[in-house]
Design a protein around this ligand. Structure first.
Ligand code: ZN
Length: 90
């Protein structure tokens, strides 16, 4: 499969992928319901500086993210209160 190069829309030069970075971190684009925000991708022309912005590519299917988020906590890590401890709390 051929690698897709993104060309500048104005001067047809090469672009490079980067992020829009602030002091607080990258600029994020909120995803659909149940998905985490992901960084906005900027394709900046190396010749004229023209920038195109791209939203997150669907590298992770939203269904998978929802399933991972809905995964129950491992209950075995929470110690069950013993009758003695319950008596001390009472
Ligand atoms: Zn350009």
């Amino acid at each position: 499969m051929e690698v897709r190069m993104i060309r500048c829309a104005k001067c047809d030069n090469d672009t490079r992928a980067s992020e829009l970075v602030t002091a607080q971190g990258p600029v994020m684009l909120a995803g659909p319901q149940g998905t985490a925000p992901q960084p906005v991708l900027a394709q900046a022309c190396t010749a004229c500086g023209y920038i195109e912005l791209y939203g997150p590519q669907p590298l992770v299917e939203p269904q998978d993210r929802v399933a991972a988020a809905a995964e129950p906590e491992p209950l075995e890590l929470i110690p069950a209160p013993t009758p003695q401890a319950a008596a001390e709390l009472a």
